[in-house]
Design a protein around this ligand. Structure first.
Ligand SMILES: *[C@@H]1O[C@H](CO)[C@@H](O)[C@H](O)[C@H]1NC(C)=O
Ligand SMILES: *[C@@H]1O[C@H](CO)[C@@H](O)[C@H](O)[C@H]1NC(C)=O
Ligand SMILES: *[C@@H]1O[C@H](CO)[C@@H](O)[C@H](O)[C@H]1NC(C)=O
Length: 485
């Protein structure tokens, strides 16, 4: 408010031209052309932008041609105010200039009202659209013209409901599509949706429900990044389950044709099947398989083996990647598929292997060893969540020694250890095996030692460092870098 008052004064001051107001800089904001003022207004949050109307007569109407509106519902008790505000805004503002629109609100019983808002705010020249709806009771109807909008470049939709699609879909310029929590309506319109995005470059699919879709092909010649996140617990309703767990016949087969695909991320519990076709350009992949809760009463490990098979199939489709991130669970389940490990491809370009930060990894996992053996050019391994090795496995794991350990492996990073026997055993083995290693970086966190006392962790990590410095190293020049935070 202070700033607004000052500006108001400035404007008045110059208007009177009597110079009672000393204007420090040689120009006032009022001297700016409309186009710049528009830019300024557009850079403000929507409510602030509207408040500019009190600044001066000239400002009073300027905001109405605003090109960006962001509306986010606040506390539930202020819902009526929010509805009132949006409805008045829709009447007052000239939406034909709107380029960016974002709306986040609960729908509840007001589906009709929200439908009206969508019709009102969305013009055929919109460029960026972000919609997030909660508590939907009846389906929202998006204006048909949205689906043939030729200017839309970014579209984000987050709603836990069926996404009703019209028969004609063509997003000529859509580059980034983010769909969260939506339920795809059926096979053919879902296919139309993806076929209607010929310019798509980046696709995020987060907890989308494919239960109504049998198969779909995602193909855009420009698609370079796809990020899939699916967590059964977040997606399914109770009636999607039957007595023995998930109805696996509900699984959707998603074919991704990736002539230009460079980055692929999968994080989830293997609910659906993903095929990557012509994906030889993928250079950055992340496969973070999780296990759904049902698998805890899965006595014969069927679930783990099925997830391992899933992981194997994905890896097989991206042999040229340069960087691979895997969760501990991906490595564990892949280790269950013993018969398939021998069929893993050679990852001739893989330079960096990152193991995710959530859990410590067993160095003796068959899948980890197989990956190391099949990655002859590996330069960096990062154990983000620590690592361990049982003493009994000490002598057998690196027999035969993966080629990269004697040719290319220069850097090993280990995070979050506390000096347990199994951790030290793993570090010892790595130092003895890696003959061209330049650097071993170890990062300790105070909270993994003692939650209450930072000093205890500091003391223990210093001891740890001294101890590791004494270990025999195959690579004489290897530096050991220790960090504590
Ligand atoms: C809204 O903006 C457009 C484009 O700038 C303009 O042509 C039109 O006259 C405006 N409409 C109103 C009601 O101000
Ligand atoms: C599993 O899903 C399929 C396809 O939707 C359906 O036909 C079948 O009845 C379901 N099975 C059970 C046991 O719910
Ligand atoms: C895993 O893959 C193997 C080899 O293709 C197959 O024999 C086995 O049935 C699969 N297991 C599961 C649970 O999918």
């Amino acid at each position: 408010m202070g700033l607004e008052k000052k500006r108001k004064k400035h404007c008045k001051g110059r208007g009177k031209g009597k110079g009672e107001e000393k204007v420090e800089s040689s120009f006032s904001i009022c001297d700016l052309p409309d186009a710049i003022l528009h830019l300024i207004i557009t850079s403000l949050p929507t409510k602030e932008a509207i408040r500019t109307s009190i600044l001066s007569k000239r400002w009073q109407h300027l905001w109405k041609d605003i090109s960006k509106i962001e509306l986010e519902e606040g506390k539930p008790e202020e819902r009526q105010q929010f509805i009132h505000f949006v409805t008045r805004l829709l009447v007052a503002c000239n939406c034909s200039n709107l380029k960016k629109f974002s709306l986040s609100c609960n729908v509840g019983k007001d589906a009709n009202l929200v439908n009206e808002w969508l019709c009102g705010f969305l013009n055929p020249k919109i460029e960026e659209l972000s919609l997030q709806f909660e508590e939907i009771q009846e389906p929202l109807i998006f204006p048909n013209q949205l689906f043939t909008c030729a200017t839309l470049t970014k579209f984000r939709l987050d709603m836990r409901h069926v996404f009703k699609l019209p028969s004609s879909i063509h997003f000529q310029c859509l580059q980034t599509l983010t769909l969260s929590n939506i339920i795809f309506p059926d096979t053919s319109s879902t296919q139309q949706l993806f076929s209607g995005c010929p310019a798509l470059e980046v696709l995020f699919l987060t907890d989308c429900n494919w239960k109504n879709v049998q198969d779909v092909c995602i193909y855009s010649p420009l698609l370079r990044k796809i990020h899939i996140w699916e967590n059964e617990e977040d997606i399914l309703d109770d009636d999607d389950y039957y007595i023995d767990g998930l109805n696996v016949t509900n699984c959707c087969q998603v074919l991704i044709i990736g002539n230009n695909l460079k980055s692929f991320t999968y994080y989830g519990d293997c609910m659906n099947e993903y095929f990557l076709y012509r994906s030889t350009l993928v250079i950055d992949a992340s496969i973070q398989v999780q296990l759904p809760p049902e698998c805890y009463w899965d006595n014969d490990n069927t679930w783990e083996i099925a997830s391992g098979n899933f992981t194997f199939r994905l890896l097989k489709m991206i042999p040229n990647m340069e960087k691979l991130t895997m969760s501990e669970t991906s490595i564990m389940v892949l280790s269950r598929t013993t018969s398939l490990l021998g069929q893993l491809p050679l990852f001739c370009n893989l330079a960096e292997l990152v193991l995710d930060p959530l859990s410590s990894i067993e160095l003796s996992y068959a899948a980890l060893l197989a990956l190391l053996r099949n990655s002859p050019c590996l330069q960096v391994i990062k154990f983000k969540g620590g690592l361990s090795l049982a003493k009994d496995d000490e002598n057998c794991i690196f027999d035969p020694l993966p080629l990269c350990f004697s040719t290319t492996l220069k850097t090993i990073e280990i995070n979050g250890i506390t000096g347990k026997k199994d951790e030290l055993c793993a570090i010892k083995i790595l130092l003895q095996a890696a003959s061209v290693l330049d650097k071993l970086c170890i990062q300790c966190y105070w909270h993994s030692f003692d939650l209450d006392d930072n000093d205890i962790g500091l003391k223990m990590s210093k001891e740890l460092y001294k101890q590791i410095l004494k270990y025999p190293k195959r690579s004489m020049d290897c530096k050991i870098v220790f960090q504590y935070s």
